[in-house]
Design a protein around this ligand. Structure first.
Ligand code: SF4
Length: 476
């Protein structure tokens, strides 16, 4: 799939998202649930701000010493008998994984918990060599069965579908005849997946955190499929973004606590899988072969820049659940596997500024995302920085907007021009005024006023009001 899905232009995606009432209400309901549980879980923890500061410190420290920790992680995995591959690009990563799969002559692959494999389009590469790749996380499975419908949330990729829609998908694609009860549908999916778990030759997972001191890969899940993917097939390939690392188990404990509470409002999820190397002599289960693929794919270009803090992200999705814009347009309107506020910051950095130039503008800058982030990423500041870059450095804002801003700058710098401008504005806008508001303004005001009412300028300017009161001897 890659970071981008579809090639529909941004405003059409937004338009579609806004019109899709069904998606909007499904997203809103899921968002409410997750937000409320997160708040409750944070309250239970005690001084949430203190925990956030600790989380931020750990992530920042790790990023500042990333080379050291990556080397330590790699040495540990090697010492345990695993293989480590550092991939600079998506192509390097996918061709390494393809080689591992081909050497084993593998045809059946099960996957769990991985956004980064979508980022590098791994499924496409493996399917092109004749492999059957099965997503085993329930949300991902639903999307895969539904003709590879794109994800709409970082934590709940199929939140835009309700149970009835899921029932229909299963009935149409898999011949399901049961009800829309989640328990029944889940039991059905379990039956579908069981043979895949038992016959897969390779299991592929992402990695929530890797512990540098022990060479451990940690997967945080609620479904239990992660354990099957990593212990049944003879080969396990874990794919991680190079920033998903913590120095020791002590920091892992803090980060897992923050992740579970922020993502699903739980103290811990049902399964915290910690996997250290391949099966050792005497172990009853586990893979014979373990590969850790560490992906850069544009991340090192972010290190050392004003956007570095975005790499602190632990993909909890809390910023999506409080975002008023995400709630209105749905995750698919972002056109990126990384949706919501974090997606609006990250997608232009990883997927290209040209492709995602509009995303930083799709924000009200209310800062709710920054407030919710468990590792204190200043998301709204980073969105403003993106806008500044687009407007000032890249000069990619529309010509009309640039000219309007230039004209406003000139007028605002000159008291005389400003006085005239404010007087003239009212007269100039009179033809579009109706009951004190402009509903369909001219020129650059048109897109703005087509969805909002602009109060028409007052008859008396502030300066006139002030001066008149002063003349009348009233307190201004
Ligand atoms: S930016 Fe913060 S709130 Fe959003 S997904 Fe990342 S860690 Fe979670």
């Amino acid at each position: 799939m890659g970071i981008q899905f579809g090639d529909v232009v941004f405003y059409r995606r937004v338009d579609k998202g806004i019109r899709d009432q069904f998606m909007r209400s499904a997203v809103r309901a899921a968002q409410e649930r997750m937000r409320t549980s997160r708040l409750r879980a944070a309250e239970e923890l005690g001084d949430w701000e203190e925990w956030r500061r600790l989380g931020e410190e750990i992530r920042r420290h790790t990023l500042e010493h990333l080379d050291y920790y990556l080397e330590q992680l790699s040495d540990r995995v090697h010492a345990l008998g695993g293989h480590v591959f550092f991939a600079q690009t998506a192509e390097e990563a996918t061709s390494y994984i393809r080689d591992v799969v081909q050497k084993r002559d593998a045809r059946r692959i099960v996957k769990s918990k991985s956004m980064v494999t979508e980022e590098i389009s791994l499924n496409d590469v493996l399917e092109a060599i004749g492999c059957r790749v099965v997503e085993t996380d329930l949300g991902e499975y639903i999307l895969q069965v539904d003709d590879h419908d794109p994800p709409s949330h970082i934590v709940g990729p199929s939140v835009h579908k309700d149970r009835e829609r899921i029932r229909r998908v299963f009935a149409e694609k898999l011949g399901y005849t049961g009800s829309a009860e989640p328990e029944e549908m889940t039991a059905f999916v379990r039956q579908q997946l069981r043979p895949d778990f038992l016959t897969a030759e390779v299991g592929i997972t992402g990695c929530n955190f890797a512990v540098a001191e022990s060479g451990t890969v940690c997967l945080v899940t609620n479904e239990g499929n992660g354990r099957l993917v990593t212990s049944l097939p003879p080969v396990h390939i874990a794919v991680m973004g190079m920033e998903r690392i913590v120095p020791t188990w002590e920091e892992l404990e803090v980060m897992v606590g923050l992740l579970c509470r922020s993502a699903v409002g739980q103290k811990l999820t049902s399964y915290i899988n910690c996997l250290t190397g391949p099966k050792a002599a005497g172990d009853v289960d586990g893979p014979e072969e373990f590969h850790l693929v560490i992906i850069d794919n544009g991340r090192s270009d972010i290190l050392g820049t004003e956007f570095q803090s975005v790499l602190q992200c632990i993909r909890c999705g809390a910023c999506l659940n409080v975002c008023p814009v995400y709630r209105h347009i749905g995750g698919q309107a972002y056109g990126s596997i990384y949706s919501g506020p974090i997606g609006a910051v990250l997608s232009p950095l990883l997927g290209g500024e040209d492709l995602y130039r509009e995303l930083p503008y799709a924000s009200s800058l209310c800062a709710a995302c920054t407030e919710a982030c468990p590792v204190n990423i200043p998301l709204h500041d980073l969105l403003i920085r993106h806008r500044q870059k687009t407007a000032e450095e890249k000069r990619q804002s529309p010509l009309g907007e640039r000219l309007a801003m230039k004209a406003f700058g000139m007028v605002a710098e000159s008291p005389r021009l400003y006085r005239w401008g404010t007087k003239l504005a009212r007269t100039a806008l009179l033809p579009w005024e109706e009951d004190g508001v402009i509903r369909q303004g001219p020129g650059p005001l048109q897109p703005w006023t087509s969805i909002r009412d602009l109060p028409s300028p007052e008859r008396e300017t502030f300066r006139e009001w002030f001066e008149n009161r002063r003349k009348r001897g009233e307190r201004p």
